[in-house]
Design a protein around this ligand. Structure first.
Ligand code: 13P
Length: 241
């Protein structure tokens, strides 16, 4: 399995800025082999990024979706539309959606089921808060997120990617050490019935990616802030073990 490097742009980059960023990324990563590169822009830039990356090795993902295929759900986006735009991936259960938008494990479960039916590969995010880690509850929290998120679909987890993103490491510059990440990745693997790729996310930068990717347990990275600058994202894609 090739290592997977995914860039989650969050609510950044308007369509004009998105075009410029992708054009630079295409130049900087044109020579990359043996890596899966996924770009996850805001919905409003998906069609532009899809058009620019069509003949490249860069794959496209969306940051969220609704669980119904169509209907009276004002403001929501169907996974079917994402698929028809050229998305192969969708982020489900990102910590910002859990903590800012109030997404529950039950909502996340509905979305994971819908993505499976549509044939989108979910990047299913889990991770503990700082308080939960301090209280020694990391494994308990991850177990709950996996159990409830994967209710009735655990046997299909091999069609997804798991992203371990400790909430205390997201956007804080406080990266989990490679050992801390590897420990939780091993735990996640031990809880699942099937082989699955597990990505690490949380302040991944050009200067810590090599050490993180040296851990066998870490199959790739989900990058936020550092994916917004072409040089830093390209350097992360080209990590050295
Ligand atoms: P940062 O890399 O900015 O910490 O964000 C991580 C993240 O949330 C990726 O989904």
């Amino acid at each position: 399995m090739n290592p997977i490097i995914a860039g989650n742009w969050k609510m950044n980059k308007d369509p004009v800025e998105s075009r410029a960023l992708v054009q630079q990324l295409l130049e900087l990563t044109g020579d990359v082999k043996n890596r899966e590169i996924i770009i996850i822009p805001p919905f409003t830039s998906l069609s532009i990024v899809a058009e620019l990356t069509r003949t490249s090795r860069i794959k496209l993902g969306a940051q969220n979706m609704y669980w119904e295929r169509s209907g009276a759900y004002t403001g929501e986006i169907s996974g079917v539309f994402l698929k028809s735009l050229g998305c192969d991936y969708v982020l489900i259960g990102h910590s910002e959606r859990r903590h800012i938008m109030g997404e529950t494990d039950e909502i996340i479960n509905k979305k994971l089921k819908a993505a499976l039916e549509i044939g989108l590969i979910s990047i299913f995010c889990c991770g503990e808060t700082e308080k939960e880690r301090e209280d020694g509850r990391t494994e308990e929290v991850i177990t709950r997120q996996l159990q409830h998120g994967l209710k009735d679909i655990e046997d299909q987890v091999h069609k997804m990617i798991i992203a371990y993103e400790p909430v205390w490491a997201i956007g804080t510059g406080k990266t989990a050490t490679p050992q801390q990440a590897a420990e939780v990745h091993a735990f996640i693997r031990s809880r699942l019935q099937k082989q699955v790729a597990v990505l690490y996310g949380g302040s991944v930068k050009p200067d810590n990616v090599d050490a993180l990717m040296s851990e066998n347990e870490i199959n790739g990275c989900l990058v936020g802030g550092a994916s917004l600058k072409p040089e830093s994202f390209a350097r992360i894609v080209k990590f050295n073990r």
